[in-house]
Design a binder for this molecule. Sequence first.
Ligand SMILES: [Zn+2]
Length: 239
Amino acid sequence: MPNAHATRPIKRSSPQPTQRIVQAITEAIAERRLMPGTKLTEAKLCEIFDVSRTLVRQALNQLSRDHLVTLEPARGAFVAKPTTEEAQQVFAVRTMLETMIVRALCKSITPAQIKLLKAHLAAETRSIVNNDIAERTRLLGEFHAVLASIHGNLVLSEILSDLLLRSSLIALMYQSSQSAEESHAEHELLVKALEDGNTALATRLMKQHLHHVERNLKLETQTTDLKAVLSQSLSDLAR
Ligand SMILES: [Zn+2]
């Protein structure tokens, strides 16, 4: 079970060939170079990464466990394309859990915890100013994990971390820079309401925020030149 910070940082360097492939494909999706529905041909991946089919399959299996890739019998691997129903269900459960967390936090939050949240908001601001898409997406998702961890119910944190991983992967694929800025602004308002102990406002802001995040998911399909985008990732990694 991963900890509450379910939105994994995307690191630049890794010695394992399987991880190198996972990383390159994750980054290509995060940076919107690889779009949902793109076919990930095993033979092409072997050629691009210069590795065996076994390693490519290991990487695709890991990406499938992370809900980034869909493996279809007899058809192969595709960049995952979560349905709107799937996204709606994830957000419906998150809304229930996260409004509950916010309601409880209004009564129990300490100055040290407010300070922690403000430091997180400052990091969000930096990633938005720097236009660092992968970092920005990670931090925006992690804000919710931080709230859950402050709340202190470990069972709730664990359930939410699974949902956050799923929705952050959806967000990685579909979030626009406009919605990222909107999300950040809403996080700031929410922290202010928590600091003021305004339960009614804080729960309403959380509900609205999750509704906006869900509304801003952009489901689009386009074909992609697999070799061009992944060769780019490889040259990035070599730097
Ligand atoms: Zn958020």
